[in-house]
Design a protein around this ligand. Structure first.
Ligand SMILES: Cc1ncc(COP(=O)(O)O)c(C=O)c1O
Length: 393
């Protein structure tokens, strides 16, 4: 078997993929190539069009998702490249609680007449497909673009969603959208390629903020797109070259190094997330816990079929609202109060403090569970919850 043999498990692929050929004297790890330009006549000419250091990370992410990968300067750079590929005027149906940057980008482009979009509850397959069907029938299709990516419209799915952790039926949505002539993008940041592989469920394109669990150490910004459609890959490569939203060589090297331990970090974080979710649900200061691993979560049965674990993210609503949630943040000693997710360290934040998150309950705290001792995490969280809800210890 070769290093990247698809018969190997994802855990093994995370360790093996993206390495230079195993030859006597050759290094195990890809070189960090810090050069903007290359001697003529070889596979690389100028680093905005391609840098050998990107290729290791692209091989690994592509191998895990089951397609071909291109890496970008950030998750938003990858998302922008996909949206920019749509013929004008684009038509997009998007999860109402998709990542706020994605929604803000669509709103910006819509104000400037480049596309129209509708938001939907992605957990309701019927609602999503009804809106897709209305979109597909709206007059004003882009002319001369038949057969190109997104010409019949685009469905943008996130599952689990950020931050309410709703679960979409990816397979049913892809089948329904394709019947209507639409293409489907799945933002797989929250699940990671180890949690679910949307291309195998029918998605046309998968996008990642690889800033998060893929690289895993909160030390780089980087994005990735994966697809099996060669013409889409080539259009996205063109967007990357022309817009210049390329990852730094150091960032892609660090991302590859971080991704080598993805399976270990994810297994630990997902197991701790399950434990914390169950304990949070029992705390009297907590009104509601959103975690697909809890039996009471509306997407639990679907997540059990669709995902390999229930993820590393937990959201919970404080009974005392925004004020109590802020008190929790002030009382924490171990858990860091910071935005972002997927790093080795546990992070928490009150999402409604961000512009564009007004629809999120004010008392909702989003927790990204790291790899610390789960007992230490619960000790810190429960002490802060007790303080915030006026319980003496
Ligand atoms: C689900 C999701 N997608 C995309 C992004 C954007 O990624 P980046 O911050 O790497 O640009 C984020 C960032 O938080 C995210 O949570």
């Amino acid at each position: 078997m070769q290093q990247g043999d698809p018969r190997r498990s994802a855990e093994t692929l995370a360790v093996c993929l993206g390495r230079p050929p195993a030859e006597p004297g050759s290094p195990l790890n890809p070189a960090l190539v810090l050069s903007s330009t290359f001697h003529q006549g070889g596979p690389h000419a100028y680093s905005r069009d391609g840098n050998p250091t990107w290729e290791g990370f692209e091989a690994l992410v592509g191998g895990l998702e089951g397609g071909n990968c291109l890496t970008f300067a950030s998750g938003m750079a990858a998302i922008s490249a996909i949206v920019e590929t749509l013929p004008v005027p684009g038509r997009v149906v998007v999860a109402a609680d998709a990542y706020n940057g994605t929604r803000r980008l669509l709103a910006d482009l819509s104000r400037r007449g480049r596309l129209r979009f509708r938001t939907v509850d992605v957990a309701s397959t019927d609602e999503v497909l009804a809106v897709c069907s209305e979109m597909a029938e709206t007059p004003g299709r882009p002319s001369g673009a038949e057969g190109t990516f997104g010409a019949g419209g685009l469905l943008w799915v996130e599952s689990p969603t950020n931050p309410l952790l709703a679960i979409a039926d990816i397979e049913a949505l892809c089948a329904g959208a394709h019947e209507l002539g639409m293409d489907v993008v799945v933002d797989n940041t929250f699940a990671s390629p180890l949690g679910q592989q949307p291309l195998g469920m029918g998605a046309d394109v998968v996008v990642h903020s690889a800033t998060k669990i893929l690289s895993g150490h909160s030390d780089v910004l980087i994005g990735a797109v994966v697809t099996r459609r060669d013409e889409v890959l080539s259009q996205l490569a063109t967007r990357r070259s022309l817009h210049g939203a390329i990852p730094g060589a150091l960032e892609s090297w660090l991302a590859l190094r971080g991704a080598r331990t993805l399976h270990l970090r994810q297994a630990r974080s997902a197991s701790s997330a399950g434990l914390l979710a169950r304990r949070l649900a029992e705390h009297p200061g907590v009104a509601k816990v959103h975690y697909p691993g809890l039996e009471g979560h509306p997407g639990h049965a679907l997540a059990s079929r669709q995902m390999n674990d229930f993820g590393i993210m937990v959201s919970f609503e404080m009974a005392g609202g925004a004020e109590a949630a802020d008190k929790v943040c002030r009382a924490l000693e171990l858990v860091c109060v910071a935005t972002s997710l997927g790093g080795v360290e546990t992070l928490i934040e009150r999402r409604a403090r961000w512009a564009g998150e007004e629809a999120i309950p004010g008392g909702l705290l989003r927790l990204s569970v790291g790899i610390e001792d789960p007992g230490d995490l619960w000790a810190d969280l429960s002490a802060a919850l007790d303080t915030a809800s006026g319980r003496t210890r």
